[in-house]
Design a protein around this ligand. Structure first.
Ligand code: PEP
Ligand code: MN
Length: 334
């Protein structure tokens, strides 16, 4: 249930109402927007008399929220959430460009790519140190060493770093990582979601390979219910009967997620297509659909990449893509 307060409500009146609701055993989420103050109620609201609350002179309107997601729901928080990572902002009109290799391989490789993507206009660096691979015989990531190399790349370039966490036991290694990525395969690892819900750190939550939009939002809700409200949603393609692409990029998910939730939505056209030449067109389309950012795999030597070389852009291709994205954003803002 949400209670929209009248504009002239005093702080004392607002607090009295909140106190009364909390005494009934409900949790309150307050959202103070430019135009309205909204009290979101979480818990069993059947004990509340909706007519009684509507009749209070400080209440503008009361609405039952039937969706199973509350904290992530736009009805609870009508304004876009803006997530800040150092000087970088995501959401509410702030566009982020995350780029880097699928996995960190060597110091030379990550430094080289970090510098290239920074010069092209990227404002965050990605790189996997723990890799979820289909085959146990494939490269599994440099693990702790990979994390250390990412930190070196950050200190050389100033770019905040994004890396995937697969297991809560590795959390101590991620203390200095700016954004923790939860990969598609772990989107419904509820124990892991609960653990990262206890952190005060932005989480990049990727949509599962075969998960619905509602399931993605419910996973964000797990993290937020723990107290961590800094969640960035990521559409990265889903499994369909598409035969020539790795996945199918669900472009309609972008405006739909924006409608349902106030959280920023970014797009990963690399994993969505699996083919480098398809990455630019999908990145342009996602930008035109209102994405709040892009996460793109870039490699200095894709043919020899340890992981996902076929979908990795060469540095010069990323430079061109980044320029076009700027042009598209300029057109959209006009
Ligand atoms: C990745 O970002 O390298 C990755 C493994 O992504 P996803 O979880 O979307 O497959
Ligand atoms: Mn990858």
């Amino acid at each position: 249930m949400i209670i929209i307060l009248k504009n002239n409500t005093s702080l004392e009146q607002q607090n009295n109402l909140i106190q009364w609701i909390e005494n009934l055993g409900l949790t309150v989420h307050l959202s103070k927007g430019k135009f309205h103050t909204i009290i979101g109620l979480i818990g069993d609201t059947s004990c509340l008399d909706i007519d009684l609350i509507s009749s209070l002179n400080i209440v503008d309107s009361v609405e039952r929220v039937m969706d199973p997601f509350k904290l992530s729901n736009r009805k609870f928080h009508p304004e876009d959430t803006v997530i800040q990572i150092g000087n970088v902002k995501i959401g509410g009109g702030n566009f982020c460009m995350i780029a880097g290799p699928c996995s960190v391989e060597t110091e030379k490789q990550i430094l080289n790519i970090a510098k290239v993507v920074k010069n092209a206009g990227a404002n965050m660096l990605r790189g996997g140190a723990f890799k979820p691979r289909t085959s146990p015989y494939d490269f599994q990531g440099l693990k702790e060493t990979g994390i250390e190399l990412l930190k070196i790349a950050r200190s050389e370039t100033g770019l905040p770093i994004v890396s995937e966490l697969m297991n809560a036991n590795d959390l101590p290694l991620f203390e200095n990582i700016d954004v923790i990525q939860i990969g598609a395969r772990n989107m419904q690892n509820f124990d892991l979601l609960r653990e990262i819900g206890k952190l005060h750190k932005p989480i990049l939550l990727k949509r599962g390979l075969a998960n619905t939009i509602k399931e993605l939002i419910m996973s964000a809700e797990y993290i937020m219910a723990g107290g961590n409200e800094q969640v960035i949603l990521c559409e990265r393609g889903i499994r369909t009967f598409s035969d020539y692409t790795r996945n199918t990029l669900d472009l309609a998910a972008i405006p739909m997620l924006h409608e349902l939730s106030h959280l920023p939505v970014i797009v990963d056209p690399s994993h969505a297509t699996g083919i480098a030449r398809l990455v630019p067109p999908m990145a342009y389309a996602a930008t035109a659909c209102g994405a709040d950012g892009l996460i793109i795999e870039v490699h200095n030597d894709p043919i020899h990449a340890f992981c996902d070389g076929a979908q990795s852009l060469k540095p010069e291709q990323y430079v061109e893509l980044a320029q076009k994205i700027k042009q598209i954003r300029n057109v959209l803002q006009k």
